[in-house]
Design a protein. Sequence first.
Length: 461
Amino acid sequence: MRAETTPPVDVVVLGAGPAGVPAALAAADAGATVTVIDAGERPGGQYHRQLPREAGAARPGVLHHGWRAATARFRAFTTHPRIRHLAATRAWLVERDRDGVRVHTTGAHRATVTGRTLVLATGATERVLPFPGWDLPGVLTVGAAQALIKGQGVRPGLRVLVAGTGPLLLASSSTLLAAGTPVAAVLDASGPTTWLSAAPAAVLSPGKPMEAAGHLAELARARVPYLPNRAVIRVEGDGQVERAVVAEVDPDWRIVPGTLRTEPVDAVCVSFGFVPNVGTAAALGCALTVEEAVRVDAAQRTTVDRVLAAGEVTGIAGATVATLEGAVAGAAAADRAGYAVDRVRVRRLVRRRDRERRAAEALLRATPIREGWITWLDDDTLVCRCEEVPYGRVRDAIAELDARDLRSVKLTTRCGMGLCQAAMCGSTVADLLRHATGRPPADAGGLAHRAVADPVALGRL
Ligand SMILES: Cc1cc2nc3c(=O)[nH]c(=O)nc-3n(C[C@H](O)[C@H](O)[C@H](O)COP(=O)(O)OP(=O)(O)OC[C@H]3O[C@@H](n4cnc5c(N)ncnc54)[C@H](O)[C@@H]3O)c2cc1C
């Protein structure tokens, strides 16, 4: 079957999450024609992941925050006469020329979509840290747990430990409890001083401490202990998770001797933050920040003409910021395509976005990943699961073969050469290199940047 070439539109939006939906609406409301491409069956992205329509959920909003506003946005989005939504469709290649962009897609709509401007709202991938046993069935990220619960109505286990660092520990534990999953404990590798250093977030966005307090109250009601300075450092079981080894950790996340104990559980949900999904932006030549997010100006324009970006792809900051950035980006894209936009409204959005982003960045700075996690690894702990490369081999490549950048580690070990193309191990290898050499690798992130964003049949090429 040949791919359809669609008539050119003013704005192409890649992603229909909290950033992509308001971007499409803002551009369409200004008069622009818009095509939205998204891998999901329904709009909402990672945050408002929805059950398939066939599930016939009686109360689809029960596990969601801000559901009423979100459904109003989804209704406006799906019924807007100037928005075309290509659902269950993946963009595998984006090309650019003087007149705009061409997006090649696979999935439900095999097409070449052309547009005058592009808004990248591709979100972020969850960061995962390896530890012995992390590849056993039953260890999953909180995002995967959320996808099971919200997208399939399936609980991840019957007795679950939640572990890692950052604000999502609390939010995701609430979702697990709301779905009726027994949570044994929430282990936060960071200490209580974390929350003190996040104080600027409370000043800039007073809703955040209230939200955290609400989650803590839910944990208390369900008698789930929230334990700071604790980590799951190993998971054991015969073919699936049967128990987790838990330890007290110091401020650098090194194990405090004599504190190991074993917890019988059948699932471990981990959260160590996110990595912006910048592959397509990098392939288009958009400059990145030192945090490996897409660099944007106040109007969400990237360094490449006609390419804008919004949401987690421009830096991890949560759903509120993504929504505000999307609306700003959509207006700027319509403006670039020659439509009149409501500048007073945009200025208001920009002010709120800036305040909320500063709050989110304060929270993020307060919960960094500490290097002590590397001491949890055994020589045979897999670092790259696709190519089955153990930690010992990566360490030896750095120490003995003098592999001092990501590309050399990849070529000497095969790390990052598998199906996920380093989406999972790229940040881990960068951390191992930084730890061994004392400086960040010069080609940080480079392991995962590809022009082709998605596996595609040779026939399409
Ligand atoms: C477990 C969990 C709990 C969370 N809880 C909270 C919370 O309580 N509060 C909060 O503020 N935030 C929370 N977040 C974070 C929140 O989900 C994100 O901030 C938000 O979803 C970012 O929106 P986005 O539009 O930038 O990206 P996303 O929501 O990730 O949307 C990106 C979209 O782009 C699509 N896409 C990407 N690449 C392609 C491609 N090549 N082709 C086609 N489609 C593509 C994806 O399918 C996706 O639909 C949570 C996240 C998780 C995982």
